[in-house]
Design a protein around this ligand. Structure first.
Ligand code: NAI
Ligand code: AKG
Length: 446
């Protein structure tokens, strides 16, 4: 049974807003029938609508990205030929402030995926109450096939092309899958050269020497760990000795795995794009991180037992952390998951069908839109530090991060208890109410 089909426990029960005001048919690319990340996001919005009270009249706003830019990114390859890549920057909602969200380099990036990732940024930023709207970018490229020189050209040309709509007070990109501090440095430099002034605040996740923030690299994983610890306290799960499985061992999964291991948990299984490694007594996480750093993936890690990629989903564990790509927990994998808690490091790793399966099986899901908000929270700190040119210590940053994550998580937990809904719907209730309240206060006309 879906949440929207369960008895409505909200104070607005019986006052569901019929979609009468949505008089115009959705453009085909917005059609939820074409599932995928954007369709999943639309379903999530439908699930929250009955809980939005009078603000539901504005809900259509959330279903239409404010601005979507598709750009052609041509570069000369090292062999002298010209290659073209498709790039995107979507600003989903700007009611609460400038757009904010990462840039992804991946061979499967599409406009509709970036639309969903931008929308989840709107929700996430509102959930932790940082003063941003939601945006995201991507380039359809497999970075492993190109040299550093070629990737630098791609990043710089893309930045020039989206330069029309980004800027420190307009939209501030950051790292995401396959992008890092180096890419942010190229983007910052390109934007600065094009505008004629050094603009450190145009991107976050920069190298420390270019106005980056201490703690940003680890921030998303630290946030994942923080909400996991809070949820474990509330549910009586001991972190010490807990068995943890992690999918995706990059920035987010690698840091989260390390922090859980440092807290006494056993990271028993890790999967990435190169394979799966397993050790029943717990993997040596530091050694695994060093192996990934050296070889590019977890495959062939000597101190582990072999495990088939498909077996990963059924591994005996207490906590499962998806920290790779969307749609990994779906109708096929969800029934096999043995963890009692799923902490979503990735954006959009769980389909709505899988959400229902996990809820019915009593598995607690800490949703992406709160669990992985640590990264953007420290990006916010970086942006503030850049504006004031006054930099904080790592201790200050981590303390503030942990406090924001704890407060936001407990707020969402209470809403979930009150409405008897999942933590995902509760987070959407909090976030969509904030976004639509801002929308209503601002009004429609310039
Ligand atoms: N970097 C950040 O600050 C934030 C990232 N996220 C999300 O976290 C997720 C991971 O991002 P990062 O760690 O930054 O990226 P990353 O590029 O550092 O790492 C990605 C990881 O996913 C693995 N992966 C890729 N395809 C896979 C597949 N088919 N099966 C299994 N593993 C696969 C890669 O091998 C790698 O270990 C993404 O969903 C991203 O949107 C969310 C919030 C902030
Ligand atoms: O740090 C940021 O601005 C955004 C990070 C991001 O892309 C995300 O949270 O998914």
């Amino acid at each position: 049974m879906t949440e929207s089909a369960t008895p409505d426990h909200s104070p607005h029960a019986g006052k569901r807003i019929a979609p009468k005001h949505a008089t115009h048919a959705l453009p085909s690319y917005l059609d939820p029938e074409h599932l995928g990340p954007w369709g999943i996001y639309l379903q999530q919005v439908d699930r929250v609508t009955p809980y939005l009270g009078h603000l539901a009249k504005w809900v259509e706003t959330l279903k239409r990205p404010k601005r979507s830019l598709i750009v052609d990114v041509p570069i000369e390859l090292d062999n002298g030929t010209i290659a073209h890549f498709e790039g995107y920057r979507v600003q989903h909602n700007l009611s609460r402030g400038p757009g904010k969200g990462g840039v992804r380099f991946h061979q499967d990036v599409t406009l509709s995926e970036v639309m969903a990732l931008a929308a989840w940024m709107s929700i996430k930023n509102a959930a932790v109450n940082v003063p941003y709207g939601g945006a995201k970018g991507g380039i359809r490229i497999d970075p492993r096939q190109y040299s550093q020189n070629e990737l630098e050209k791609v990043a710089r040309r893309y930045t020039s092309e989206i330069g029309l709509i980004i800027g420190p007070t307009k939209d501030i990109p950051a790292p995401d899958v396959n992008t890092n501090e180096k890419v942010m440095a190229w983007m910052m430099d390109t934007y600065s050269m094009n505008t004629g002034a050094t603009a450190t605040g145009v991107v976050t996740g920069k190298p420390i020497d270019l106005g980056g923030s201490l703690g940003r690299r680890e921030a998303t994983g630290r946030g994942v760990f923080t909400v996991g610890v809070e949820a474990a306290k509330l549910t009586g799960l001991a972190i010490e000795g807990a068995r943890v499985a992690v999918q995706g061992f990059g920035n987010v999964g690698g840091t989260a795995g390390k922090l859980f291991a440092e807290a006494g948990a056993k990271v028993v299984a890790v999967q990435d794009h190169t394979g799966t490694v397993y050790r029943d007594t717990g993997l040596d996480v530091d050694a695994l991180l060093a192996h990934v750093q050296q070889t590019g993936g977890v495959k062939d890690f000597g101190e582990a037992d072999a495990m088939g990629d498909d077996e990963f989903w059924a591994v005996d564990c207490d906590i499962l952390i998806p920290a790779a790509l969307e749609g990994q927990i779906n109708k096929d994998t969800a029934p096999r998951i043995r963890a009692s808690m799923v902490i979503e490091g990735a954006n959009g790793p769980t389909t709505p069908t899988a959400d229902d399966i996990l809820r019915d099986r009593g598995v607690l899901v800490l949703p992406d839109v709160i669990a992985n908000a640590g990264g953007v929270t420290v990006s916010y700190f970086e942006w503030v530090q850049d504006f004031s040119s006054f930099f904080w210590t790592e201790e200050e940053i981590n303390q503030r991060l942990v406090k924001i994550m704890q407060d936001a998580f407990h707020g969402v937990w209470e809403v979930a208890q009150h409405h008897k809904v999942t933590l995902r719907t509760a987070t959407f209730i909090v976030a969509c109410s904030r976004i639509l309240q801002a929308r209503e206060l601002r009004g429609l006309y310039p």
